[in-house]
Write a protein that binds this ligand. Structure first.
Ligand SMILES: Nc1ncnc2c1ncn2[C@@H]1O[C@H](COP(=O)(O)OP(=O)(O)OP(=O)(O)O)[C@@H](O)[C@H]1O
Ligand SMILES: [Mg+2]
Length: 373
């Protein structure tokens, strides 16, 4: 292809704001969705995810800023001309139509009319994509929740949009089915080569499926990047907390570093680097040192920690078996409460610690992060 090697952008937001009377639903947001990617908008309820999707779809118009689809501004372009389709959380299939009728609905609205044979062929292809070949004549109420969700997907995919918008499409499914559909959706996205913009408040879902994630809060994007980057280098406490689990030790910046030295409220000096694209911290500012539970080590007391390690004595309060990992809740007077996760392997020595045991918790300073509070 002539465009090979060039990073193409399917959707671009440039300082987009959407106001509803006194509510700022989307607040000066800029982001770019690369072609053929699985892109997620992740954030808590009310942060502006659905509004962002509706702006792309053309159901809402921005108050300020510009939106481009395929390199062109879509200002004034009506929804049905945008080459995007949406799958909603409540996907509302037509109950009076069979599966094929539902999937072919959009194609039958096209004017001039498409030949019947073409509609049938495209419906067949779409059903095959979502693994529902042979289900065309079924009534929608004869389908399971997961199958209904697949019909909703097929109904959108059959239109061959440039971009497919998915607003919490798995929200109505139980956990097991959700997990299955997550895998299927990601596979499907690769197979069809259509850009998926996926809205969710479920961080695990976003981490497992996305090529890139934008973490939103109160109408803004706090951080944007590949899942591993968000997990390993969160720019602030909110992102570190929202994506995965973390220990936070709160205090005041004693030395802006690098590495930053934070004097915790319990009086301990902890050293930690800043995240790759984090904002510098000022002396005297409130900050946290963040450490992922799986980065914390557990030892029997009396072992000298290596240099460059933070370490404290504590006592195991609880031990929870999680299958692949064992989680320990440790009370360490110098640090407060510390969560530790160790991978569970047969015969792994750490597994011997039990509630009541005295232990030493510690981590290499370079695996911690100093973040604005
Ligand atoms: N039509 C509207 N009129 C007034 N306010 C609105 C409208 N649509 C959304 N809002 C407000 O804008 C903010 C963002 O809403 P939005 O639906 O985009 O959130 P969301 O991130 O999708 O949340 P959820 O996870 O609960 O679906 C909320 O405060 C919401 O109340
Ligand atoms: Mg929403």
């Amino acid at each position: 292809m002539a465009e090979a090697g060039v990073d193409r952008i399917d959707v671009r937001f440039d300082r987009v704001t959407k106001r509803f009377e006194n509510v700022v639903a989307v607040d000066g947001v800029s982001f770019e969705v690369p072609s053929n990617s699985f892109y997620s908008l992740l954030g808590p309820s009310g942060c502006g995810k659905t509004t962002s999707l509706r702006l792309i779809a053309g159901f809402e118009q921005p108050t300020e800023g510009t939106i481009e689809i395929g390199g062109r501004s879509v200002a004034g372009v009506p929804s049905h001309r945008r080459n995007v389709n949406t799958v909603f959380q409540h996907y509302a299939l037509f109950p009076h139509m069979d599966v094929a009728g539902n999937v072919g609905y959009g194609l039958r609205q096209i004017r001039p009319k498409l030949p019947r044979a073409e509609i049938e062929r495209r419906v067949g292809e779409a059903l095959e994509l979502v693994r529902l070949s042979g289900f065309g004549a079924r009534r929608v109420w004869e389908l399971s929740g997961g199958q209904q969700q697949r019909v909703a997907l097929a109904r959108a995919l059959v239109m061959r949009p440039r971009v497919l918008l998915l607003d919490e499409p798995l929200g109505a499914l139980d956990l097991k089915l959700r997990k299955e559909m997550q895998l299927e959706l990601k596979q499907l996205q690769r197979e069809v080569g259509i850009t998926f913009i996926y809205v969710t408040h479920d961080q695990e879902e976003a981490l497992s499926m996305s090529d890139r994630i934008a973490v939103m809060r109160a109408g803004r994007i706090l951080q944007e990047g590949p899942p591993t980057e968000l997990y390993d280098q969160p720019v602030d406490r909110f992102v570190a907390d929202f994506i995965g689990q973390s220990n936070f030790f709160e205090g005041v910046v004693e030395d802006p570093g690098p590495p930053v030295v934070v004097r915790t409220d319990r009086g301990v000096a902890l050293r930690a680097p800043l995240p790759a694209s984090g904002r510098p911290l000022a002396r005297g500012e409130r900050a946290v040192v963040s450490v992922r539970p799986e980065r914390v080590h557990l030892e029997a007391p009396g072992v000298d920690p290596p240099s460059g390690w933070a370490s404290a004595l504590g006592r195991v309060r609880e031990r929870t078996f999680l299958g692949d990992q064992v989680e320990f809740a440790v009370d360490a007077p110098a640090l407060g409460h510390v969560t530790v996760r160790l991978s569970h392997r047969p015969g792994s020595p750490e597994a011997r610690f039990a509630p009541g045991d005295e232990v030493q918790v510690g981590w290499a300073e370079e695996v911690a992060l100093a973040l604005g509070a």
